[in-house]
Design a protein around this ligand. Structure first.
Ligand SMILES: [Zn+2]
Length: 77
């Protein structure tokens, strides 16, 4: 597999943290996806996309289920 962005060949399956935006909050979820080590491009297959979409809906419905606070998101005004 070659990277479509940088044409590098150093693509490995890695566990990365994906940020899901739920209204004003950001929820990180770990997913295992192919990641280009040269430029950092992430490749999502259909199953991962569906998993993230489902989780996004679930989190909107059941707000704080299985979540732990790990930091704050601040906005400079
Ligand atoms: Zn790349």
């Amino acid at each position: 597999m070659k990277c479509i962005v940088c044409h590098g060949e150093d693509i490995q399956i890695e566990t990365v943290k994906e940020g899901l935006k739920i209204e004003n909050d950001l929820v990180y979820v770990s997913v295992r996806i192919p990641l280009c080590h040269t430029c950092g491009e992430r490749y999502y297959d259909r199953r991962t996309m569906q998993f993230l979409e489902k989780l996004n809906r679930k989190l909107r419905e059941e707000r704080w289920m299985n979540l732990k606070e790990v930091g704050k998101i601040l906005e400079y005004v």
